[in-house]
Design a protein around this ligand. Structure first.
Ligand SMILES: [Zn+2]
Length: 83
């Protein structure tokens, strides 16, 4: 079953955000990206640190999202994101 990453409850740029789980500096948190094309606005409950490797995980199944354009495990669509 394909699952959406859209989070209707948390809006960024006035639109439902795209929810991902992130891990940075050994801590994990939630990242919500703007769904507006070209916008790099986001909400994060963990500070994004420059020069730290950030890992992205599917919020549904926690699969690492590093390389594919869709979650291989649950089929959630991915977005390209450059931190
Ligand atoms: Zn998944």
């Amino acid at each position: 079953m394909w699952q959406s990453l859209m989070d209707e409850e948390y809006k960024v740029d006035g639109e439902p955000s795209i929810k991902l789980i992130i891990e940075i500096g050994g801590k994990s948190g939630t990242l919500r990206l703007s769904s507006i094309y070209g916008s790099f606005n986001y909400l994060a409950d963990t500070e994004l640190i420059a020069n730290e490797v950030t890992k992205f995980y599917c919020p549904h199944c926690r699969e690492n999202l590093a390389t594919s354009d869709a979650c291989n495990t649950c089929g959630a669509p991915m977005v390209s994101f450059v931190a």
